[in-house]
Design a protein around this ligand. Structure first.
Ligand code: ADP
Ligand code: MG
Length: 328
């Protein structure tokens, strides 16, 4: 009898306060490790919806899966075709970004990306033979036509787009707090339970995967990093990383080792982190000065950490081998 009363009281308490729980999961999707930590009454349902949505986006944007929409589009280059809404949306956004970044971000590098993916330096003739260039694409609503031979690749933006979609789901399910990591792309939703912002580690490009050079606080923001340490291979003692300079179709010889973009939009953050890396320090700083609608951290190859002024109170350098500079 007493036991039953206790159980009833417990149920009443749970019913009154709702059942807040945290769901932690990890997946390998979009060619990277993703981890989700979601807290709230609807955590389980929201987590399921996000995992399903990201898995579905993988069937749209995977460059290697032969059943993906992108694979079909690349195979059919030269003829007009209908594309899905996600595909049309992200392609339109990417074409705009290409113009805005003066070609530093280029969604038409698919052929070159494929050649570099074999783990050895491709022949120059092969690289030069690739068909690239936004002007070889016509997109009207959902109808796409690309020039024969042209291959699209969304590797520098698809994870950012997926994080935007995940944010929408968190809002739809009224999730108060969550921390999502889609490879190097972080979305910090809400704040920690104690009311303080999330702490996001900024990777040390000279260190191992879990080595931070500093900590950034964040609330309701995307923190998206690109760097030469992420993927690549070595040949004859030279390292070749995965971010290409569209002008040469070779790994960008940037004077930056890492770029971190803090943004209200995941797709834009992902595009910019790649584009700023290709631009190099001088052009990246000039680009920021012209737009000022995002924050950034640049790690230069001579060991300086450059931050935009609004990050001054939010970024703490934790390694004294670096020199911190605030962009003026
Ligand atoms: P990561 O995938 O490690 O998060 P990025 O967001 O910087 O890194 O994207 C790099 C990927 O984007 C490459 O693996 C390649 O598929 C593609 N890519 C490389 N260079 C460019 C570029 N200049 N513009 C657009 N996409 C690129
Ligand atoms: Mg990117």
């Amino acid at each position: 009898m007493v036991k039953r009363m206790i159980a009833c009281c417990l149920l009443l308490v749970l019913a009154l306060f709702g059942c807040t729980e945290t769901k932690n999961t990890q997946y390998y999707m979009m060619d990277t490790v993703m981890s989700f930590s979601i807290t709230g009454e609807n955590a389980i349902a929201a987590e399921r919806a996000i995992a399903d949505r990201v898995a579905q986006l993988e069937t749209v944007f995977s460059p290697t899966r032969e059943d993906s929409e992108l694979f079909r589009v690349n195979e059919n280059a030269g003829s007009a075709m209908e594309v899905s809404r996600d595909f049309a949306n992200l392609l339109a956004l990417s074409l705009k970004a290409s113009a805005e970044t003066q070609g530093a971000f280029d969604v038409t590098l698919g052929g070159a990306v494929e050649l570099w993916a074999h783990g050895k330096v491709p022949a120059s003739e092969e690289l030069e033979a690739q068909v690239t260039g936004s002007e070889k694409i016509s997109l009207f609503e959902n109808t796409l036509q690309t020039q024969k031979g042209l291959k699209l690749n969304f590797g520098a933006v698809a994870k950012g787009y997926a994080s935007d979609c995940a944010k929408e789901i968190l809002e739809e399910y009224e999730i108060p707090r969550a921390l999502l990591s889609l490879g190097g792309n972080i979305y910090a939703h809400g704040e920690k339970e104690d009311g303080t912002p999330w702490n996001i580690g900024v990777r040390d490009p000279w260190g191992e995967a879990q080595d931070w050079l500093g900590i950034l606080t964040a609330r309701d923001e995307f923190i998206i990093a690109s760097g030469d340490y992420e993927r690549g291979f070595e040949e004859d003692g030279v390292r070749y990383h995965h971010i290409l300079d569209p002008k040469t179709r070779r790994p960008a010889t940037s004077d930056l080792r890492e770029t971190v973009v803090v943004s209200q939009n995941g797709s834009r953050g992902d595009i910019l982190s790649t584009a700023l890396f290709v631009m190099g320090e001088e052009k990246a700083v000039a680009y920021w000065k012209n737009t000022r609608d995002f924050e950034m951290i640049l790690v230069s190859s001579d060991g300086r950490v450059l931050i935009t002024p609004n990050l001054k109170e939010r970024f703490t350098l934790t390694k004294d081998s670096y020199i911190l500079e605030v962009i003026g």
